[in-house]
Write a protein that binds this ligand. Structure first.
Ligand code: SAM
Length: 367
């Protein structure tokens, strides 16, 4: 032990405390830098993923999506004529060009990914470069040449609506640039859930890992359980009513509201097994003269968003009229804010004693 001759304090202890706190500061700084690098590389990866034309081909060819935007914009020239429009995440410039055709005075399209270089050429070859200005950069970093815009258009929706967290960017643009009585295209979004019978595909996706060419691959199975499955589900697989778990008014919603918790109650429409929950989203352009709506659900035409399946660990036997009650919560993941952490818990109390009550708390990460 070494003593400070003036104070009598244990200097080795002081040094240790100092060293420990220095170590703590260093490791805290390291963790901040690590998170910054992760987020930066996630962000670079994110914008890189939109640089190739292939992803834009998929979106453009999704007619439910693209024709809904085209109808909402071009069937409402009375809303666009003479107006200044901001296209958040313009990609190939398709929505910007719809707005110009609908009579907008000027359209500003913003995109951080390299696809915007092609979009500038596309706008030019279509003779719209006098009314469409495309600016390369992050919406959050760019300074628009106008103080306010009359309309914001954006196609920001990801799987399960919120995956990719691009809505945060639209809300930033709304709060910074949209005039008081300005319009948003689209302006409403909802997430809906139902339960499904899906024995065959569940076995194919989950059971597969139990016996892979005679080997037990169960260490992978745990990760498979936790990842929601993005795929198309036939309408007849749905065996309950549907329930809205998130309803967003884009004019007023705040970024904090996108981390949500919501309860639901689902009633079986027939005697059946339940293997999981299904989620999808619906979109509305309600500012239009004749409102435009589209759904990414199982009861209508295919979209590239498909639906999202959350498999339950247990399979349930349910009778028509019986109910399942549950809670779903969703928030951006800490390490990468574009990923989602989703908790889904449910309880099922059967109406007869031949079946036992079931309840589960399930965690999923969409990444
Ligand atoms: C789903 S795509 C839509 C592209 C185009 N609007 C369309 O409808 O075909 C979203 C686009 O937004 C861009 N984007 C996302 N977040 C952005 C941000 N913070 N700043 C600039 N661009 C962004 C992406 O690079 C991508 O090209």
């Amino acid at each position: 032990m070494s003593m400070d001759t003036d104070t009598g304090a244990d200097t080795s202890m002081t040094a240790k405390v100092l060293n420990n706190s220095r170590l703590y500061v260093i490791s805290y700084a390291e963790s901040i830098i690590r998170d910054l690098i992760t987020n930066l590389s996630c962000s670079t990866d994110y914008f890189d993923s939109y640089s190739h034309w292939g992803i834009h081909e998929e979106m453009l060819k999704d007619e439910v999506r693209t024709l809904s935007y085209r109808d909402a914009i071009m069937q409402n020239p009375h809303l666009f004529r003479g107006k200044v429009v901001l296209d958040v995440g313009c990609g190939t410039g398709i929505l910007s060009m719809f707005c110009a055709k609908a009579g907008a005075k000027h359209v500003y399209g913003i995109d951080m990914s390299n696809i915007i270089d092609k979009a500038k050429e596309i706008v030019k070859v279509n003779g719209l470069d006098d009314r469409v200005t495309l600016l390369k950069g992050k919406m959050e970093d760019i300074q628009l040449p106008v103080a306010k815009v009359d309309i914001i258009v954006s196609e920001w929706m990801g799987y399960f609506l919120l995956y990719e967290s691009m809505l945060d960017t639209v809300l930033y643009a709304r709060d910074r640039y949209l005039a008081e009585d300005g319009l948003l295209f689209p302006d409403h979004a909802r997430i809906l859930v139902a339960a499904i019978e899906d024995s065959e595909y569940k076995e194919e996706k989950i059971g597969f890992w139990d016996d892979v060419y005679g080997f037990d691959f169960s260490p992978i199975k745990e990760d498979v359980w936790k990842e929601p499955l993005v795929d198309t589900v036939e309408a007849h697989a749905v065996n309950t009513n549907t329930c809205t778990v998130l309803d967003i008014d884009l004019k007023t919603v705040k970024k904090e509201d996108l981390s949500f918790q919501s309860s639901f109650q689902l009633t079986a429409t027939r005697n059946d097994f339940i293997h999981g929950f299904l989620a999808w989203f619906d979109i509305d352009f309600s500012a239009c003269h004749k409102p435009v709506h589209f759904s990414t659900g199982p009861f209508t035409n295919y979209t590239h968003w498909k639906q999202t399946v959350f498999y339950t660990r247990k399979n349930l036997t349910i009778k028509a009229g019986e109910t399942l009650s549950g809670t779903i919560s969703c928030k951006p993941a800490e390490r990468n804010h574009r990923d989602l952490d989703i908790n889904l818990s449910y309880t099922f109390n059967p109406t007869d004693s031949s079946r036992s009550a079931v309840s589960e708390n399930l965690f999923f990460r969409m990444c």
